[in-house]
Design a protein around this ligand. Structure first.
Ligand code: F3S
Length: 68
C-alpha cells in the first residue's frame, strides 16, 4: 500500500498534478490548492502509483509525497 499526500502549505496551485492525474488529485475551488481525491489517499493499483510518483516528480515545489 502506498500513501499519497499533498502539503497545502507548500502547494502553489500549479495544477500539474490535477490535470495529469485527476483520479488522484483535485483542485479546491475555494483555496485553489491541490488535495488528494477522497478515497485515494492509499493506493494499491500499480498504474495509479506510477502516475502518483510522476506527479510527485513534476510538482515544482515538492508538495506531493508518495511513500510506502
Ligand atoms: Fe500544487 Fe504541486 Fe499540484 S504546486 S497543484 S501539488 S503540482
Amino acid at each position: 500500500m502506498v500513501t499519497v499526500e499533498v502539503d497545502q502549505d507548500l502547494c502553489i496551485g500549479d495544477e500539474i498534478c490535477a490535470s495529469t492525474v485527476p483520479d488522484i488529485f483535485e483542485m479546491d475551488d475555494m483555496d485553489g490548492l491541490a488535495y488528494v481525491v477522497d478515497g485515494n489517499e492509499e493506493l494499491d493499483d500499480e498504474s495509479l502509483v506510477e502516475m502518483a510518483r510522476e506527479a510527485e516528480q513534476a510538482c515544482p515545489v515538492d508538495a506531493i509525497t508518495v511513500s510506502e
